[in-house]
Design a protein around this ligand. Structure first.
Ligand code: FPP
Ligand code: MG
Length: 373
């Protein structure tokens, strides 16, 4: 097995999280923190490179594939930032947790792309298309095993948190797959799925920083709640970005979720309007369900893939429906919902002392949903 050569865009590998650190603070008082976070992220990159090493060539190539494709390193950044609340913020345990959190996230992406029939991830061909479903799932398993080993060196509480996160990631994905129970509100169900499949790991990232830096342990619930809230907001914003026409910006095909038949918040809000008697919403919803869902190219419907490549009228219709949803008021309502989750997350930080770390956490939350780093 040789190193992947993808025809698709490969973003320059670099510590994208450090872009955040570089631009976070303008004032001189914050420069020290900025430098510390920057240096910490560089060290996390080293740990990631050291840890994702396998003697087996097949394991090496597949597991390092998405790591080498870039990524924002938001979770490690959050571990490092919350660790600044403690006196021992730069110890090896903090760095290990930061890297292991990113590896856990990577593992989940390999699995997620198989389940979503995704085409692109981080600007490169999804691993299951590069190799096979089985290989992508196994690469994710290997990475998850490695992250668990790393956490096991950090003590009982760290590994217990990782196990809890793993359970919630799987439950979130499972509930997303089976959909709401009979009579369950679809929007409530959706938000619970986001809290589990995305909020849990980001909440743990924020909490690990407190756990491992000697910070007052009573801050843990605040950081956990903060991370979970911004994680939900992040995923809600992702639902709007999924509708974005530019795969250069998203690293993914526009409408990947819709094409896979996953009804995200814009669609659920459209359904709520349709159920309330809005005819325009009913019509758009109907076209999403009958013309867009189940048309993901490359797997479920190969003939669609060929039509798409040829620029057929069917693919133009799908693109137009996705654009219509993007322009609809429900997309703005979705952004508003993300902002409200960020607001609640910031309120969770109330027990923390005022200062540079608290301000940076607030700014991290704002920038996360504006995706300006
Ligand atoms: C992305 O959601 C998916 C997740 C955040 C979590 C997926 C969790 C699992 C597959 C189970 C856990 C497995 C392991 C090995 C830890 P999305 O599809 O909405 O986002 P996307 O647009 O980035 O694909
Ligand atoms: Mg996905």
């Amino acid at each position: 097995m040789t190193a992947p050569s993808s025809a698709t865009r490969r973003p320059s590998h670099g510590n994208v999280g450090s872009t955040f650190a570089q631009t976070l603070f303008a004032g001189p008082a914050e420069r020290k923190l900025r430098k510390t976070l920057d240096a910490g992220l560089d060290r996390v990159e080293d740990v990631l490179r050291e840890q994702v090493q396998y003697a087996d060539q097949v394991a090496q190539v597949t597991t390092s594939y998405l790591l080498g494709a870039g990524g924002k390193r938001l979770r490690p950044m959050l571990v490092l930032l919350s660790a600044q609340l403690g006196p021992d913020s730069e110890n090896e345990g903090v760095l290990t947790a930061a890297a292991a959190t990113e590896i856990t996230h990577l593992a989940s992406l390999y699995h997620d792309d198989v389940m979503d029939d995704a085409i692109l991830r981080r600007g490169v061909t999804a691993a299951h298309l590069r190799w096979s479903n089985s290989m992508a799932i196994l690469a994710g398993d290997l990475l998850f095993a490695r992250a668990s080993q790393m956490f096991s060196y950090l003590g009982d509480e760290a590994i217990r948190m990782q196990a809890t996160v793993f359970e919630r990631l799987v439950l979130g994905q499972m509930h997303e797959t089976i959909g709401p129970a009979e009579g369950e509100n679809r929007i409530d169900h959706y938000l619970r799925v986001l809290a589990d499949k995305t909020g849990s790991l980001i909440g743990a990232a924020a909490e690990y920083g407190v756990l491992l830096s000697g910070a007052p342990q009573e801050f843990r619930p605040a950081l956990s709640q903060f991370g979970e809230g911004i994680g939900v907001a992040f995923q809600i914003v992702d639902d709007v970005i999924d509708l974005s026409p530019s795969s250069d910006k998203t690293g993914k095909l526009a409408g990947t979720d819709l094409r896979a038949g996953v009804e995200t918040l814009p669609v659920l809000l459209l359904e709520r309007r349709a159920l309330a008697g809005d005819a325009e919403a009913t019509d758009l919803l109907d076209r999403i369900r009958t013309r867009v869902a189940g048309t993901q190219p490359g797997s479920v419907d190969q003939s669609f893939a060929r039509e798409e490549a040829a620029g057929s009228s069917d693919s133009a219709e799908v693109d137009a429906i996705i654009a219509e949803l993007r322009e609809h008021e429900v997309s703005q309502e979705t952004v508003n919902a993300a902002e409200s989750h960020v607001q609640q997350a910031i309120e969770a930080l109330d027990p923390l002392p005022s200062g540079v770390v608290k301000s940076a956490l607030r700014e991290f939350a704002d920038r996360l949903i504006n995706r300006d780093f």
